[in-house]
Design a protein around this ligand. Structure first.
Ligand SMILES: Nc1ncnc2c1ncn2[C@@H]1O[C@H](COP(=O)(O)OP(=O)(O)OP(=O)(O)O)[C@@H](O)[C@H]1O
Ligand SMILES: [Mg+2]
Length: 290
């Protein structure tokens, strides 16, 4: 972290110049009230820097993420949304050249410590990717996999219960109940994505991270997933990366806008879309940058 952050300011013209390496705007997250949440906090990220080799992708990002709510991460391509999302369950650990500094607390406990097993962490904080990625296994086994390796079911009956309940919660059960032994890869794209959500739900996570989960889906499948997110948020925290402003506005309660590796602004979704405080947010949501 470099000093003198608060005095740095860049206008849009400068931001559009990709050579402004030293002059990047710095997040004032820690000082900005909208970044913090007083109640129902799930994640507390502070001063996150991320490097891929020598290339810095995130600059001093601080953000609180609420429980039982959907938080949308928006911003132009390459601004670091996926990188930030992956910080929340240490998925960046699996990238050799990636180095993360800073702090992320989950329910008040630091996740960047040797005491935390990243595999267990990822069961608590599930992930759904842009491209549905069912395992090359049956529909049943896709969902049963997590509970099996984490020993969540005492016996076969209990495992079946978990699988059926997860598929029901993901709104997929009725469509697949007669073909649970068939390969997950044989489902349609929208069904595969719901299968991946069922797989994520099966380990009874406390949070689900979704990276553009609907970008490969048609409007009907998208509506189904959005409806599902609304149901899931009653029992967990959801963070979604999306390129669709409409989707962010429809599903989320809070929105965070990223630009050039910094968190520019975060607030109630309605405020971000109707009355953004920062010119860069305004430019992005009105389609002038991105
Ligand atoms: N595995 C990686 N190896 C090297 N650099 C990476 C890697 N993943 C991301 N980056 C770099 O980090 C920066 C942020 O990328 P990131 O994928 O987080 O952006 P994003 O906001 O998710 O973009 P998009 O909207 O296109 O998905 C980019 O400069 C990107 O090139
Ligand atoms: Mg991305």
């Amino acid at each position: 972290m470099e000093p003198n952050m608060s005095t740095e300011y860049l206008d849009i013209a400068n931001l559009e110049n990709s050579n402004v390496e030293q002059g990047r705007p710095r997040s004032e997250a820690a000082e900005t009230p909208d970044i913090t949440l007083d109640t129902d906090l799930k994640f507390r990220a502070r001063n996150i820097d991320v490097f891929y080799d020598t290339n810095q992708a995130l600059f001093d990002v601080s953000l609180d993420i609420g429980d039982n709510a959907i938080t949308a991460l928006i911003g132009p391509s390459g601004c670091g949304k996926t990188t930030f999302l992956r910080c929340l369950n240490r998925m960046n650990d699996v990238i050799d050249i990636c180095r993360v500094t800073g702090s992320v607390e989950l329910d008040g406990d630091e996740i960047y410590t040797d005491k935390v097993d990243p595999v267990l962490l990822r069961a608590r904080v599930g992930m759904v990717f842009q491209k549905p990625n069912p395992f090359p296994k049956s529909i049943f086994d896709n969902v049963a996999y997590g509970p099996k390796i984490h020993g969540l079911a005492a016996d076969k009956t209990e495992l079946e219960e978990i699988v059926v309940n997860s598929l029901k919660k993901a709104g997929l059960f009725d469509e697949v109940k007669d073909r649970l032994a068939e390969p997950g890869t044989g489902l349609s794209g929208g069904q595969q994505q719901r299968l991946c959500i069922a797989r994520a739900i099966a380990t009874q996570p406390e949070a689900i991270l979704m990276d553009e989960p609907c970008s490969a889906l048609d409007p009907i499948a998208t509506a189904r997933i959005e409806e599902l997110m609304g149901e899931l948020k009653e029992s967990l925290a959801i963070v979604i990366v999306t390129h669709s402003m409409q989707q962010a506005a429809r599903v989320s309660q809070r929105t965070a806008f990223f630009h050039l590796g910094t968190l520019v602004e975060c607030g109630e979704t309605e405020q971000i879309f109707t009355n953004p405080h920062d010119d860069r947010t305004q430019s992005y949501i009105t389609g002038r940058i991105g």
